[in-house]
Design a protein around this ligand. Structure first.
Ligand code: SF4
Length: 336
């Protein structure tokens, strides 16, 4: 029930009613007072700690719409991290995102509320693996997805995100590139950049690899005319069944600009939830899958992180310098 449609009197007794308005489609009014206590504490702690919260698009609405200062996809968070004017950055996302924020802000304290928030892609490759690839393919540039550890980035020539992977590959002007570690992203980029031979690594996102072409066909049968948008971490045969494919930011832009009547976002579930609040005229159809790593973030552990200044993410300076160079090369690439 939306706050604006609550019976008169009931809405007015809800704490932080102006903030509840932003999440009312997803959080029942009865659950809000307990969450509002943490929201109020976090807003106060942000002031006393001079802290900002960066939240990925896959964060749950009660984090995304209430306490976050900067929201976006990996590319946006990396870009915005450079301009952050604060002593403390809390990363509501996964560990590699916190590392990237630290690389770009070596003098700031970067916190992640739960150190266990990992990523199957980041876990799929090590720095030693990258050195092995360099030996095997001498002279072939290595493009590394940001969903990797700082140690892997440090062995790479340039990073990319799902939002700029095509531009990064084209910017190299090389006949052959290694694109690691997401095999499906690399295969999807290969379709768009046929003039370059793209060598891949067998890493997968555990959330997006679960989708199948049959899922898309089933949803199209059940909802004739539905618009299907797939993240490029999905297998290529899933992307081929979709009407559009792009990063989470590109998905959001597509939905808000094209305004399909019914849409399926073939990605992590919170994406649809986060767009739905501001777009009540669009029906968001499941399926979607949850990322267990992203869902380790909660208002409770964000509050705890700010109260205790834990868990701090650090990167050894020499390694950080090399990893930062790969991220900065990516940020210097302009769309063609
Ligand atoms: S959604 Fe996939 S790529 Fe993103 S953090 Fe989760 S496991 Fe990693």
């Amino acid at each position: 029930m939306a706050a604006t449609s609550l019976p008169i009197g009931r809405a007015s007794i809800l704490p932080l009613p102006h903030i509840y308005d932003r999440v009312s489609r997803h959080i029942p009014a009865i659950e809000w007072p307990a969450l509002a206590d943490d929201v109020a504490a976090i807003l106060e702690l942000k002031k006393t700690r001079n802290a900002v919260i960066l939240a990925h698009n896959y964060q749950a609405p009660e984090i995304f719409h209430t306490v976050s200062d900067i929201v976006g996809d990996s590319l946006a968070l990396a870009r915005e991290a450079i301009n952050v004017d604060a002593d403390v950055i809390v990363l509501a996302g996964v560990h590699f995102m916190a590392e990237t924020a630290k690389l770009l802000n070596p003098g700031k304290t970067v916190l992640i509320p739960d150190m266990r928030a990992g990523c199957s892609l980041a876990d799929s490759i090590t720095a030693a693996d990258v050195r092995g690839l360099r030996e095997k393919y001498p002279g072939v540039p290595i493009v590394t997805y940001v969903n990797t550890s700082a140690a892997v980035k440090a062995e790479s020539d340039v990073c990319c995100t799902s939002g700029n992977a095509v531009d990064v590959v084209r910017s190299l002007n090389a006949p052959r590139v290694l694109m690691i570690p997401d095999e499906f992203l690399a295969q999807n980029v290969q379709v768009l950049v046929p003039e370059v031979e793209i060598l891949t690594w067998a890493g997968h996102c555990e959330v997006h690899e679960q989708f199948t072409p049959a899922d898309i066909r089933e949803v199209r049968e059940s909802y004739p005319g539905v618009t299907v948008i797939a993240h490029p971490e999905c297998p290529p045969d899933v992307v081929a069944e979709a009407d559009f494919s792009g990063s989470t930011a590109m998905m959001m832009n597509f939905v808000t600009q094209k305004r399909p009547r019914q849409v399926v976002l073939v990605t992590e579930c919170s994406m649809g939830d986060n767009i739905a609040q501001a777009n009540p005229d669009i029906e968001f159809i499941k399926p979607c899958n949850l990322c267990p790593h992203m869902k380790r973030m909660s208002l409770k552990n964000i509050r705890h992180a700010l109260e205790t200044l834990t868990h701090e993410v650090t990167v050894e300076p020499e390694l950080a310098g090399r990893a930062r160079a790969a991220v900065e090369r990516m940020l210097a690439v302009r769309p063609r």
